[in-house]
Design a protein around this ligand. Structure first.
Ligand SMILES: [Mn+2]
Length: 274
């Protein structure tokens, strides 16, 4: 069954970013549960900012799972990157993500690598960046295995990375790794910019897709842009996808309306599955 999730950001430096709920963690969880969400996706400032022991009663009380944890705070707060020319920055990036993998792993949630992948340029060749990225994914994918969760890698649009922009390129990257414990994140906003056809991109990602960011063409909640969802939903069924569709969208026009709109869209497209 494809399950619903909604994002909560606690990272001040990410303000203005595509997260539905902000700041009030317990209150956001209560609202998500009341709307019928199965899970929350957490964007936290660091692995120790929110002790999982403090969060678990909130999840239990609201019968919420954790769909995933983001690692982007490593970039927006600390300017860490897996493909920096500076070795100490690369090492810091790996340590930051390992901490996040351990944080999520305590509630069986995978960590997502998006902006932490960085980019080539400024003295780093495409080949060098790709080699560093692959080495990091091998280490981090195996680290995630200790918690019995995959590591999620997100192809981004061209304005955010020049490493991997499409599902097909993501599959090629994953197939070049030693580890088989990394999955792709199909973010419909990025795919709308990069894929020739979004449904075809999902079919190309196939069994490698392990998480979906469920959002419209303009990064507003589903139903507020021009994305055509029929073929996208069919493609997710065709690949046998049974993970989360998570609302990583702007809190437009506000958090509560964005969460409610995404839930209406989830029920329309996936609700019949129960
Ligand atoms: Mn995303």
């Amino acid at each position: 069954m494809i399950r619903s999730a909604v994002t909560i950001s606690l990272v001040n430096e990410a303000r203005g970013g595509p997260f539905v709920y902000w700041d009030d963690f317990a209150g956001s969880c209560r609202k998500a549960a009341a709307l019928g969400y199965h899970a929350v996706e957490i964007f936290a400032p660091s692995a120790d900012a929110l002790p999982m022991a403090m969060l678990q009663p909130i999840f239990f009380e609201n019968e919420l799972e954790v769909a995933a944890v983001g690692t982007g705070a490593g970039w927006v707060k600390h300017r860490l990157s897996l493909t920096s020319a500076d070795e100490s920055v690369r090492r810091g990036a790996i340590e930051f993500i390992q901490g996040m993998i351990d944080f999520g792993g305590r509630c069986q949630a995978p960590a997502i690598i998006g902006s932490m992948q960085g980019r080539h340029g400024e003295g780093v060749t495409p080949q060098q960046a790709r080699d560093w990225l692959r080495a990091a994914l091998d280490v981090l994918g195996e680290h995630a295995r200790r918690h019995n969760v995959p590591l999620i890698y997100e192809p981004l649009n061209r304005y955010e990375t020049n490493l991997v922009n499409t599902m097909a390129a993501g599959v090629e990257l994953l197939q070049s790794l030693q580890t088989d414990n990394v999955r792709l994140l199909a973010d419909l906003f990025h795919m709308n910019i990069e894929e020739t056809d979004i449904a075809a991109g999902i079919l190309a990602g196939g069994r490698f897709i392990g998480h979906v960011h469920f959002v419209d063409s303009n990064r507003r909640p589903v139903g507020n842009g021009h994305m055509q969802y029929g073929s996208i939903v069919s493609a997710l069924h065709d690949i046998g996808y049974d993970g989360f569709v998570s609302a990583e969208a702007f809190p437009w026009p506000n958090s509560d309306a964005a969460a409610a709109q995404t839930m209406r869209a989830y029920q329309y497209w996936f609700g019949a599955e129960g």
